[in-house]
Design a binder for this molecule. Sequence first.
Ligand code: 4NP
Length: 183
Amino acid sequence: MKEKKLNPVIVDKIRKAVDDARAEQRPLAVLFVCLGNICRSPAADGIMTKMAQEAGIEEKFMVDSCGFYGGHAGDLPDLRMRKAALQRGYHLDHRSRTIRPSDFDNFDLIFGMDASNLDDLHDAAPTLEAEEKIIPMASLAVNHPEADSVPDPYWSGADGFYLVLDILEDACSTLLNEIKDNM
Ligand code: 4NP
């Protein structure tokens, strides 16, 4: 199967974040960001949390998610996303929230799902150091060479939600391996 090559700049960013967290004896803080924070980013949060639990390293992580659009603030993830995720064993119980300026201080790595989320993250980052934390989630989906984003499923049919899970599982698995190897 064709694989997407991991960008060495991104690998370095992840390693540096792991090194910093280890040196400060604190969990690595990872934030997933999409638009509504009811489909893609809470799914990434749930997948990463479960994978870390299965690997027995959940205490080494702090995982959260948020979005740029506040129209669903306080809501559980979209029912279609929750149903698709549950079929794969992920219980999504996150409550939607919008991004805060303090997120750029409190998280080591900040993953955007698509080009629009990434543009918004770069615009919102208060410092160059904060911008350095931003990573395209799809860049870690090595088994989805065709995916240049985690596409917004909100207006799509059911297939869109399964595709989101496929890409996110791929990306989270890459992230977990990079982190485990450097912890
Ligand atoms: P998400 O999906 O960004 O993956 O949570 C969306 C959720 C809601 C809307 C758009 C995208 N919306 O327009 O309400």
